[in-house]
Design a protein around this ligand. Sequence first.
Ligand code: ZN
Length: 306
Amino acid sequence: MNNRENKNQRRGNSPRAAGPGRRPPVRKKPRRGRMVILVLVLLLLIAAVVFILWGVFGKVEVGSDDISRTPDITTSATGGNTSAPTSGDASGTTTAAVTTTTAVPLSPETAKNYRQPSGAAWNLVLVNDFNAVPAGYEQNTTMEWVSGGQMDQRAAESYRQMLADGAAYDIRGVSLFRPQSLQESLFSREVAKWKGQGYGQEEAEQKANTVVKRPGYSEHNTGLAADVGGSGNYSLNQDFENTDAYRWLIEHCADYGFILRFPKDKEEITGVIFEPWHYRYVGKEAAQEIMSRGLCLEEYLCEKGL
Ligand SMILES: [Zn+2]
């Protein structure tokens, strides 16, 4: 062993240099450990800052693809009323990008079970299986004749304007305001239909309720809802989704204060099948938020506590 080799051994340049009695360099280990801790702390700090900023400016972009476009018809078996949409479904006819402003999104169950406090603004009144038309509503509302029937006069002008601007698609009203007495007879007729197919009273009522709402639980009892057709389809079926009239409506209805009330991907919350023909007046501001964020009315009202 000459002098040079000896030096190398001492510096540890050769892997074989460290003999059994020689200790490897010890200083590196704790230093690396401290570095790792430092990096972790830094990462935690960055995460905390991002989290705080997120909370302050809280806007999360959610692509519409996150939302299943497959109609969950099974949640509301309705007999012949559920023609399956065509496979060309992803044609951009449904809602555009969705933005949520809450850090914690509402669960469908919470939105579904929302009970609207009394004293809601007239245009935001919630009517569904859990929220009946407020007592005396019908008596205190002035209706006006428009295309397809009667509508709350406060919404009538917007409705007329929407139909006028969508004239190229020949959009017309088919069914609008229904007095509760009429709702009663429609509902009994539907119940009878299901009983005729062998269902008992209670089951028949449940089935009927997915197609025609119980009296007092239909938006049509408010004068704020309109079933419309266009582009040659006035029979209120799901094929309406494939018409130009529908495409125009979902793109523009919010400009007139209307929303698509029963969207395809919200059946679990609304309890109603996808109804491309049913539009509801809520006023421009609410309509624009609801349509641009791809919400249903229950979600909007529940989130805002309105
Ligand atoms: Zn309707």
